[in-house]
Design a protein around this ligand. Structure first.
Ligand SMILES: Cc1cc2nc3c(=O)[nH]c(=O)nc-3n(C[C@H](O)[C@H](O)[C@H](O)COP(=O)(O)O)c2cc1C
Length: 200
């Protein structure tokens, strides 16, 4: 039995297969874990907008809470890896809060993506990113990774500027104009998350 199937077998997502009228569960995944990070501010802002819609159960999912080892450095059976996979299995779609590190995503997010496989498959994702150029370069990399993980990434992508949407690059003060974009992105994530549920 392989590493991932030993965690969940092949039935992890089948439990969510039946079509019901229950609300979708959407995880807002914080991509950074460093001391002093701004991602919690951005994640809470997105959650505030999302909760007002009332169309899904939205929750913040913080990679830092899972104490994930760096892939390949441990036994692969660490409880954090199991909890991480269980959390992802419980979700129907994702909103990644993406920050640009050296023109790409953080190592922490890449590691967290690599530490799960089937539980990402056939789900939708949107992105809210930030950086000096809105984090756009990081999200373009992440879209390629999503393809490999069978995550359907939606088109609308709110990009936040470190210069104009943050004070001193640390206190989040988003411009009003982003609100419509976040809602449009969520609209697409909800539509595709519901549609893809039929495949699982
Ligand atoms: C290692 C590192 C590399 C970075 N590289 C870039 C970069 O290539 N482009 C960019 O726009 N910002 C870059 N930044 C700035 C980050 O986007 C900014 O610090 C942001 O607040 C990081 O997100 P966080 O606070 O959630 O960790 C970098 C920051 C770090 C720590």
């Amino acid at each position: 039995m392989g590493f991932f199937s030993s965690l969940f077998g092949n039935s992890s997502q089948k439990e969510t297969k039946s079509m019901t009228n229950e609300k979708l569960n959407i995880g807002i995944i914080l991509g950074s874990t460093r001391e002093g990070r701004v991602s919690p501010q951005v994640g809470e802002w997105v959650k505030g907008i999302a909760d007002k819609r009332g169309d899904a159960n939205y929750e913040i999912v913080d990679i830092a809470d899972y104490n994930l080892p760096f892939l390949g450095t441990g036994t692969g059976q660490e409880p954090g890896i199991q909890s991480w996979n269980e959390k992802l299995a419980s979700l129907d779609g994702f909103v990644f809060i993406v920050q640009e590190y050296n023109h790409s995503i953080t190592g922490a997010l890449k590691n967290a993506l690599d530490l799960a496989r089937e539980v990402w498959n056939n789900k939708a994702a949107g992105f809210v990113s930030y950086g000096s150029t809105g984090g756009a370069r990081a999200v373009e990399h992440l879209r390629g990774i999503c393809g490999e993980l069978l995550i359907a990434d939606v088109r609308v992508h709110p990009t936040l500027s470190l210069f104009t949407d943050f004070e001193n690059m640390s206190t989040f003060k988003p411009a009003e104009l982003h609100l419509d974009n976040v809602n449009a992105m969520l609209e697409q994530v909800i539509a595709w998350s519901g549609a893809l549920k039929t495949l699982r």
